[in-house]
Design a protein around this ligand. Structure first.
Ligand code: ZN
Length: 420
């Protein structure tokens, strides 16, 4: 018994040592954006999975630490980007419609794709994703997360929602004969049954509970609220017992209002937000993930020739509501609803946040320290001693030209180099 125990301890330490054979690195870029501010001529020391030193080059040397020096001339070092809204189990709708992905693609096919999506996301410098629902692929995000965490495949660390919750009859795919039951893109539950649905998703691995507070199920196909405020409160109360937050897809003013009053922590999309709603968000400390890139992508899939045609009403409106959110002082998250457009093109949302009126340095803050704080990731999103060594180096100065984030030269996650 005891010998067996010792053997398994030895085996475990062998496995962990070989899996995480990390070193000590001294990273020497032109400057470091620490999640808040930029510092010229700073260097960063990484030991095993953590950042152990940050500061002026004169104060940190490689010799005393036996560190491998990585010169990153012309580069800015930043915390690994955090994608605020992805669906690794979806791929762009101009390749295959959402309905067809849910109904015609097998889960094995979708998982095979998801592994590639995960790799592309990481290589683009996004070392963490908040993945907000498998959209019909059951709990397969949990297995994907396990495979990444065990080092079997490369990918970002994942904060997962599993199936997400919808009010019965409100979601899709829809438009079929009432005589047949069509698989849905999320789990249907209502009233008191929501307690069991929330708990079972948590039991199957959900880190966050995602709900659809409204959807296009109005009499004429318009967006209308789904859950009542009381139902949302019940979901939040149930999830909170386990320490998990609830986040809501919400595009209409009424759907947003119910979600805010129900106690959710973040709103996704928010296209129909009014100045009053954004004021309410600010008062309740609810953050907005505007997913600008998703609307931009779907408008183009519907025929809009960006740069040639005039902007469609939807885009014009989005610019106005986003500005209203900024003016109201709502916390802005960086998250594009990736999956609607290509995984690995996550930079698109950051570029659009700048295009729609945020200062590039505020965009960088959103994609690092702000996302980390709102997502309860206390050791991520900053280049700071003691924090996990999730680091990206890009060529140029993204605080001046945000598109520099596309020129990724180095990606490190947990102190391991994925791109050098
Ligand atoms: Zn989404």
């Amino acid at each position: 018994m005891r010998a067996n125990f010792l053997l398994s301890v030895l085996l475990f330490s062998f496995l962990t040592n070989s899996l995480f054979a990390q070193k000590t690195y001294l990273l020497r870029p032109d400057r470091v954006f620490d999640g808040q501010e930029s510092h010229e001529n700073w260097v960063v020391l990484v030991k095993n999975e953590k950042i152990t030193g940050v500061g002026p080059a004169s104060q940190l040397t490689a010799d005393s630490q036996n560190a491998e020096v990585i010169d990153l001339k012309g580069c800015t070092l930043l915390p690994g980007f955090i994608e605020g809204h992805s669906h690794l189990f979806l791929h762009p709708y101009n390749e295959t419609s959402w309905d067809d992905q849910v109904l015609k693609e097998s889960r094995s096919f979708r998982t095979a794709r998801a592994t590639l999506h995960a790799k592309r996301t990481l290589m683009a410098g996004f070392t963490t994703v908040r993945d907000l629902g498998t959209e019909g692929a059951e709990y397969d995000d949990f297995g994907l997360k396990q495979a990444i965490n065990q080092g079997i495949i490369p990918g970002p660390r994942m904060i997962i929602a599993t199936k997400a919750l919808i009010a019965t009859g409100s979601y899709g795919p829809r438009g079929f004969s009432a005589d047949i039951t069509i698989p849905q893109g999320a789990e249907e539950a209502d009233g008191q049954d929501l307690i069991k649905a929330v708990r079972s998703q948590i039991g199957k691995g959900a880190d966050v509970i995602k709900i659809y507070a409204d959807y296009r199920w109005g009499l004429n196909g318009e967006t209308r609220p789904t859950f009542s405020t009381d139902e949302i409160k019940l979901i939040v109360e149930t999830a909170k017992s386990s320490g998990r937050p609830v986040v809501a897809h919400a595009s209409s003013a009424e759907g947003m209002k119910r979600a805010i009053l129900g106690g959710v922590e973040t709103l996704e999309h928010g296209d129909g937000g009014t100045p009053e709603i954004f004021k309410l968000m600010r008062e309740h400390g609810v953050a907005l993930c505007p997913t600008l890139a998703a609307g931009d992508a779907t408008s183009q899939y519907r025929g809009w020739k960006k740069g040639t045609d005039a902007e469609p009403e939807r885009i014009k409106n989005k610019r106005i509501t986003f500005k209203n959110a900024l003016d109201a002082g709502v916390t802005i998250l960086a998250g594009g609803d990736v999956g609607v457009f290509s995984h690995g093109d996550n930079a698109r949302e950051l570029e659009m946040l700048a295009e729609y009126g945020m200062r590039p340095i505020d965009v960088l803050r959103s994609a690092t320290s702000v996302n980390a704080k709102v997502f309860h990731q206390d050791n991520l999103g900053q280049i700071k001693s003691g924090f996990l060594a999730d680091i990206v180096a890009v060529e140029g100065k993204p605080e001046i030209d945000i598109s520099a984030i596309r020129k990724v030269k180095l990606v490190m996650k947990n102190g391991m180099l994925y791109k050098d």
